[in-house]
Design a protein around this ligand. Structure first.
Ligand code: ZN
Ligand code: ZN
Ligand code: FE
Length: 763
């Protein structure tokens, strides 16, 4: 009759793990107890040898749907002979290891109750249980218990308390447990905070039907909603939000509704129906039933399914879909506090559908697409955060502060990395404040104080400056593209040296120049630049990213000389402006050199006549992928020269061929397809050379350009046919949202020998 102490780490709190253990104990006749602590869950179990073995096996095999076990350790104890099995109170006195669960979409059991007129929670918008509901967004402290959530102010009624205390109930220790008697309530107010008469839900639905903009409080922040079929309402929202073109995400009731306006593959269905409920980019059907203004000029539309009970209640009112876009002005962080939302959204929203359960942590919707049958996260946020990512080994705790755009931060603990939710572009004051708050919150959540801070090489990034201001923490600088490569190596658990094919817009290079189309060779410990795109001037610096015609001009002057070809993209620019930019280029004024890959996409988009200006960085590149004909696979010519600092890809022959094709009337879709094929062929040739010289046969594809599914697929196919192992991203974004993870892992390696004092530790 042995007795064992079992330690379990992972996501085991707030997911119904203890009642699950309790039920297993009853089934196998095990005596003892189970308890949450800040490492996870501890069990003492006493039973016959066979029963104990079956009990331990079942812990792993039958775990609750939202649980993840990352470590399970058993230790023999002296037998106590005490009968019975108990659930003990939580303890917070041990080394921190517990992992906070991510928010999860309402489960099937709760949905059934929501729709059952006989249930006491019939149509109750805050129904939840241990298998679903809010987590990260309501947690204010560790361990995860009701007093340390934003539900602390709600006292449970006797019926809820009975469920909460009943190990046989699905709501046993469900911290957000609530009902219409004791829990949060909906309200509907106007911009001045005056309540609307009548039922808030009914009135909100009426307003939406009439074409109004309604701000809706969700899990991690407010959405702005309009009826997605009503073109006038969508236009109104665009005008008020000052957002001309960036596509809006929509929410549809279920998969059947989605299939009425978008094509959904099996892999896409799995992704969109998952408990994480990301926004999934889906191809529009030719007969697009939603208003064209939802995603103008875009072959794709971002769609999500309802994830809170309130969403279900709204969507069941016969809306084909609702626009559900983050409630903010362009580029500001999403609004999540009630007062703040009302102030900031006055003039945008006609009404506010809110409730009295506070949101503690601001979390945006995640965004994903499917590539080669696999999920690819473009924004890793709600539903995924704060799940940890395994590192190749134990390392000292490092805080990594990320880059500038699509910023996230990362904190490590032991052999795990905790990548934060999407924090946005660190360009405005609001995001700057959110950034510091998110770091403090992450440290609290992970219960770890970093001993070093990792940052980008760019001296002007707000994140870099923040890192260097942390006087007590040694700072470790990690080159931008090495960080991209490292994030992909970590995600794929690859520890061998590899070729990094790292394509993005711009990142600060190890030599102080601007990089962006890079071939690296190395691993987490370090890397060498073995190839890059030819340097070309960016006319107007940052302006170049918003005016693809400027990039086109730069490439055309380089490729064709002063005799510029006649192209629509140049003809559309006022002659005086064109002359001015040419002059600046000729004199090298405000025209920094860069080996950018993203800017080449911009130039090509302008040359093929797609667009001359964009309203957000990367828009032209995205549209170039959208229009590309995947059947057009014949590459254009290009140059590849061995120079002192490695292989240099020379796009000038490509640009000349492209001009010829456009002048000869080749369709933009074909040009775009052939451009993608050209880059893929170039990558293959570079990798072959690097393999021949260094014997590396693993290739890593990372950087924002690899959000492009067509390019990724083409490159991957060509490299695999050439015998390479190709590593790509899936749950970590290839864009700058993944940078912090790479920084943290690289810094962890550099600090293996110990952490030195701040004065000497910069690398
Ligand atoms: Zn549930
Ligand atoms: Zn209640
Ligand atoms: Fe980048």
């Amino acid at each position: 009759m042995p007795r064992q102490r079992i330690h379990i780490e992972g996501i085991v709190q707030g997911v119904g793990f203890r009642p699950f253990v309790f039920r297993l104990a009853a089934r196998f006749g095990v005596a003892g107890w189970v308890r949450n602590d800040s490492r996870g869950v501890t069990i003492e179990a006493e039973a016959g040898e066979a029963a104990l073995a079956a009990f331990t096996a079942a812990l792993r095999e039958e775990k609750p749907p939202l649980a993840t076990i990352t470590r399970l350790e058993c230790r023999e104890l002296p037998v106590s002979g005490e009968p019975g099995f108990a659930i003990l109170d939580s303890r917070a006195d041990q080394a921190a290891r517990a992992q906070v669960p991510a928010d999860a979409a309402v489960c099937g059991d709760c949905l059934a109750e929501l729709r059952n007129p006989a249930d006491r929670r019939f149509r109750y918008p805050f129904i939840n249980c241990t298998n679903c509901g809010p987590r990260l967004t309501i947690i204010t402290g560790i361990p995860y218990d009701r007093p340390q959530t934003t539900m602390a102010a709600f006292a449970m009624c006797p019926a809820c308390l009975a469920e909460y205390r009943d190990p046989a109930s699905r709501r046993f220790h469900a911290q957000p447990n609530a009902c219409p008697v004791c829990g949060p309530r909906l309200s509907l107010v106007d911009g001045a905070g005056r309540p609307y008469p009548g039922d808030p839900l009914v009135q909100a639905v009426r307003l939406l039907r009439e074409g109004a903009v309604v701000a809706i409080k969700g899990l991690g922040g407010y959405h702005l909603a309009v009826d997605a079929v009503n073109a006038g309402a969508v236009r109104l929202l665009r005008r008020r939000k000052r957002r001309d073109e960036k596509p809006f995400a929509v929410m549809a009731a279920d998969l059947a509704a989605v299939e009425q306006f978008a094509a959904v593959s099996t892999a896409e269905a799995t992704l969109i129906e998952g408990v994480e409920r990301p926004i999934v980019l889906l191809e529009k059907l030719p007969d697009f039933l939603l208003a064209g203004e939802v995603a103008p000029g875009n072959r794709y539309v971002g769609v999500m399914l309802p994830y809170t009970p309130l969403h279900h209640l709204l969507l069941e009112e016969d809306f084909l879909a609702l626009v559900m876009t983050s409630a903010n002005l362009s580029d500001e962080p999403i609004a999540y506090r009630d007062e703040d939302a009302r102030l900031r959204l006055t003039g945008i929203a006609d009404a506010f559908l809110m409730h009295d359960r506070p949101i503690h942590t601001r979390v945006d919707d995640s965004v994903a697409r499917v590539r080669d049958g696999r999920a690819l996260l473009l924004r890793r946020s709600r539903g995924y955060v704060p799940r940890s990512i395994p590192l190749p080994g134990e390392q000292v705790p490092v805080l990594a502060v990320g880059a500038e755009l699509k910023n996230t931060v990362c904190l490590t603990r032991g052999d795990r990395a905790f990548l934060s939710q999407h924090l946005g572009d660190l360009k405005n004051v609001e995001t700057g404040a959110a950034f510091a708050a998110a770091i403090a919150q992450l440290c609290e959540l992970v219960e770890t104080r970093p001993v070093a801070v990792a940052h980008d090489l760019h001296p002007d990034y707000l994140a870099t400056r923040y890192a260097l201001e942390q006087e007590r923490l040694p700072a470790v600088a990690v080159q931008h593209h090495h960080a991209h490569m490292a994030s992909c190596l970590v995600e794929n658990r690859c520890e061998e040296p590899a070729i990094g094919v790292i394509f993005d817009g711009l990142g600060y290079g190890a030599d102080g120049t601007l990089w962006g189309g890079e071939f690296l060779a190395g691993d987490l410990d370090g890397c060498e630049r073995v190839g890059h795109f030819r340097y070309l001037p960016l006319p107007g610096g940052d302006l170049a990213a918003l005016h693809p015609w400027r990039m086109a001009l730069s490439y055309l002057l380089a490729a064709c000389g002063d005799e510029l070809p006649e192209l629509d993209c140049l003809a559309a620019v006022p002659a005086a402006e064109l002359a001015l930019v040419r002059q600046a280029l000729a004199r090298g004024i405000n025209a920094p050199l860069a080996s950018s890959c993203g800017r080449l996409f911009d130039a090509v988009a302008a040359i093929v006549g797609l667009r001359n200006t964009v309203s957000f960085e990367g828009q032209a590149a995205m549209e170039l992928e959208m229009i590309a004909d995947p059947e057009a696979v014949t590459p254009y010519p290009f140059g590849l020269n061995m120079e002192a600092d490695g292989l240099v890809f020379d796009p000038r022959p490509l640009v000349r061929a492209l001009v010829e094709a456009v002048s000869a009337g080749e369709a933009a879709a074909r040009c775009a397809g052939r451009f993608h094929a050209t880059l893929a062929e170039m990558v293959r040739q570079v990798c072959l050379v690097v393999r021949a010289r260094r014997g590396l046969d693993v290739a890593v594809l990372s950087g924002g350009v690899f959000q492009n599914a067509l390019l990724t697929t083409l490159v991957r196919e060509r490299l695999m046919r050439a015998g390479f192992t190709v590593l790509t991203h899936s749950l970590v974004p290839p864009n700058d949202g993944g940078i912090a993870l790479g920084q943290a892992a690289v810094a962890g390696r550099r600090l293996r020998g110990g952490v030195r004092s701040p004065a000497s530790a910069t690398a």
